[in-house]
Design a protein around this ligand. Sequence first.
Ligand SMILES: Cc1cc2nc3c(=O)[nH]c(=O)nc-3n(C[C@H](O)[C@H](O)[C@H](O)COP(=O)(O)OP(=O)(O)OC[C@H]3O[C@@H](n4cnc5c(N)ncnc54)[C@H](O)[C@@H]3O)c2cc1C
Length: 356
Amino acid sequence: MEDLVVVGGGVIGLSCAWRAAQAGWRVTLRDPAPASGSSWVAGGMLAPVTEAWPGEEGLLELGLESLELWPAFAEELSAAAGQPAGLHPEGTVVAATGSGDRAELDALAGHLGRLGRPVERLSGRELRRLEPGLGPDVRGGLSVPGDLSVDNRALLAALRAAAEKAGVVVEERAWEPGDTTDAAGFVLICAGARSAALHPGLAGLVRPVKGEILRLTHRHGAFPVPTRTVRALVDGRPVYLVPRPGGLVVGATQSEHGFDTEPTVGGVRDLLRDAERILPGIAEYTLAEAAAGLRPGSPDNVPIVGRLDGRTLVATGHSRNGILLAPLTARLVAGLLAGAPVPPAVDPARFGRTGT
Ligand SMILES: Cc1cc2nc3c(=O)[nH]c(=O)nc-3n(C[C@H](O)[C@H](O)[C@H](O)COP(=O)(O)OP(=O)(O)OC[C@H]3O[C@@H](n4cnc5c(N)ncnc54)[C@H](O)[C@@H]3O)c2cc1C
């Protein structure tokens, strides 16, 4: 049995630690504050199709591959943890307000059609039949039943429980390069936006991308929570509303301000204003939480998963898709630990930095 130290207890570190322990590794997970990073803050959308951006076709393929793994991953995780993994099986609708927004959705639909992934176009009235809470400003959109969501906080709790039951030892302290106690085994760096400082092969490759996000609680008598995730463009600004038991997550802004995790008045105002245009009924909800997290951005928005040197592996740089990509990442890392290569698209070698 070999030793593996997993650095970071977000969705990526916990998923990889769980899978490695299942494969027979003696795993220690080090994190001064497990499940407090980007994974805790996230919206939890599993939405490769409605996230698709022209020029990111490789990322779409990875996202679709991981989405396919999700139902079995969640089922196995719930059983192993003895608690729900939080998968929400309802799909996604995308709503547009003004003509500019509808033109952008036309472009997205056209792009997906050319990739062989046609999506269903709906009028405003058809969308309101699916989600009666959508407001009169919604003029049209798309239905994407395959794009799902997960309650990321339930997921993190289940992952930690399953990992510990599989034998992972969680140590609530930071790991630093050169920690001598780890010299005998392998190290897997999964420290999210903080990964770049932990190995020279990652310097300059992972950067923090700030995202502000809100949690709203449904109040008695208010319009019901939508069944599906609602994504929208409001005067060119993206906003999403993801259902949770008893409420909604509303996200998210995107900006680069170093390691700043303070939500701003402007961010909260913009999110609430745009979300209310889409679902007017949220005006009666409680604003339960405003938070900000740091997406671990990579230069091409594609994760960085592979070998950095003889004893150091990495799984980070998941940008805006780390929850979606967790099952696939854990599978790739399990393969790496068993001696298999990773696809060139995710290999850190693509940046020409590693010296394995
Ligand atoms: C507002 C927002 C919304 C998002 N929405 C979605 C979404 O809907 N769907 C989706 O798929 N993704 C979403 N994301 C992206 C997703 O949250 C991330 O890609 C994912 O959480 C990254 O997981 P991680 O485990 O790599 O990092 P993190 O969750 O940030 O975990 C990293 C961990 O490493 C620990 N750490 C740091 N340094 C050290 C050290 N030296 N030693 C030990 N531990 C250390 C930290 O304490 C932290 O717990 C969103 C992100 C944000 C900010």
